[in-house]
Structure formats: C-alpha cells, structure tokens
Design a protein around this ligand. Structure first.
Ligand code: ZN
Length: 242
C-alpha cells in the first residue's frame, strides 16, 4: 500500500490540489491535522480529503475553530484567521472536524498532529525530546506535523539516542526495522525556507518512505487571502516559506 502522508494544509486549496495530483498513485491519505486556519479555503480542503479513503487526526487550529482550544493561545494573526474560519466553515465541515480523534494507532504506526505525548501542542524539533518519546511510547513509526518542518528522527537503541535527519528528496528512506518519528512538512504553509508544498509517501510494500516537494500557484492563494481580508503577514510568508 502507498499512503500519502500530509499535514498542516491550513486551508490552502491550490497547494493541496498540487499535492493530491502530483503524489499519485496512492491508496489512501493519512492527514495529520490543521486542515484549517491561516488559509482561504477551509471547506474545500476538508471536502477534498473526506470524500476519499483516508484517516485523519485533529490539529490545534482545528480545535481552535471548534472552540475547544482557547483562541488566545494563538498569536493575533492566527487568531484573526481562526475567527474568520469559524464564520466561513460549513455545518458539515465543522461536524467533520469535531469527530476527528487526536491520536490514531494503525498497527505499528501512530498518527498525531504534534507529538505522541502532547498530541495537539508540542513542537517536536529536538533530538533529546524525540529520544524521550521513543522510550515512553509504543510505536514503530510515528507521523507528526505541527512544526511545518519536514524532518525525521531515528531511534538508536545502542546509544539510547535519537538522530535527527533532514529529508533527502532524491533517495527514499529504507524503513527496514527502524523506529522513526516522521514529519512530512506542511502542505499549506511551509516554514523551512522552501515555499513549495511538502508531503511524504509511505510505501509499505517497498518498505520505503519518500519526502517530496511540489510547487503550486502561491499567488492564487495569496489573492484569495487578500480578497477575504486575512492578515498580510500570513499572505507574505507563503512566498518565502517562512
Ligand atoms: Zn499548523
């Protein structure tokens, strides 16, 4: 099976469309949360995912829109976008978000938005923190998003440490029997200096994980954000990927 792993779509429909088309063929989508927030097309993004074979968990922005997370934990730009999204979101799309779990275990795979120990909030970027999580939680491969930074942690049993690896877009990662924490990066608002949409492919037959980037028409998303009066800082950052 080939699973398309995506996260942090954030209402960016042109970016999502580029990923869904370029990533083919795949059998199912695993989405790691933050369908909404920041971007101009929350309903379209939810509908594009929920109508196909998929699994998904909720992100902190999804909870922000639902009123389950205090909106004042978000910075003012994010808060403004969440308030707009609350008005924009359809009833059935809101109901879809409300049903999402915060954690999904699929055999040896674990899906969470942020981190196994704090599924909605923890920014998992340090190898020491990853090492602690490898030791405390029972998974072989955990998929996380939230930081919008594509990366990979590998458990090293002999030393009791986690190695931090940056994605290699040319060579697939061989899974073998390794324990990994994988962040595919963000579809809708990359923050690693590369504005292209990010995703990963888990191929369980080949035993590989692929990291990918795909360009999309950033200016179309920006134009839609302007038309909706979304904060200019959120509009500008898309073209630099920060
Ligand atoms: Zn996010």
């Amino acid at each position: 099976m080939r699973y398309l792993i995506i996260s942090d779509i954030h209402g960016n429909y042109p970016a999502l469309m580029a990923v869904l088309h370029t990533a083919q063929p795949y059998d199912a989508i695993w989405s790691l949360g933050d369908f909404v927030g920041y971007g101009p097309n929350p309903n379209e993004c939810i509908d594009a995912i929920r109508n196909g074979d998929h699994l998904a968990v909720a992100g902190n922005h999804d909870w922000g829109v639902l009123g389950r997370a205090d909106i004042f934990t978000f910075n003012s730009d994010a808060r403004q976008a969440l308030l707009w999204t609350q008005q924009e979101l359809g009833a059935s799309e809101t109901a879809y978000l409300a049903e999402l779990p915060t954690r999904l275990q699929v055999g040896e795979f674990l899906l969470v938005h942020a981190s196994p120990r704090q599924p909605l909030w923890e920014y998992l970027i340090e190898a020491e923190v990853a090492a602690d999580i490898f030791q405390r939680y029972d998974f072989r491969i955990a998929f996380v998003g939230h930081t919008h930074l594509p990366l990979l942690f590998e458990w090293r049993e002999k030393t009791g440490e986690a190695g931090l690896l940056m994605p290699d877009y040319r060579n697939p990662v061989r899974l073998d029997h390794r324990r990994l924490i994988v962040n595919p990066g963000s579809v809708g608002q990359p923050r690693d200096g590369d504005p292209r949409a990010a995703y990963a492919i888990l191929d369980t037959d080949a035993g590989t994980l692929e990291f990918h980037r795909v360009p999309y028409p950033v200016e179309i998303t920006q134009e839609r954000m302007r038309a909706r009066g979304l904060p200019s800082r959120l509009i500008d950052r898309l073209e630099i990927g920060r």
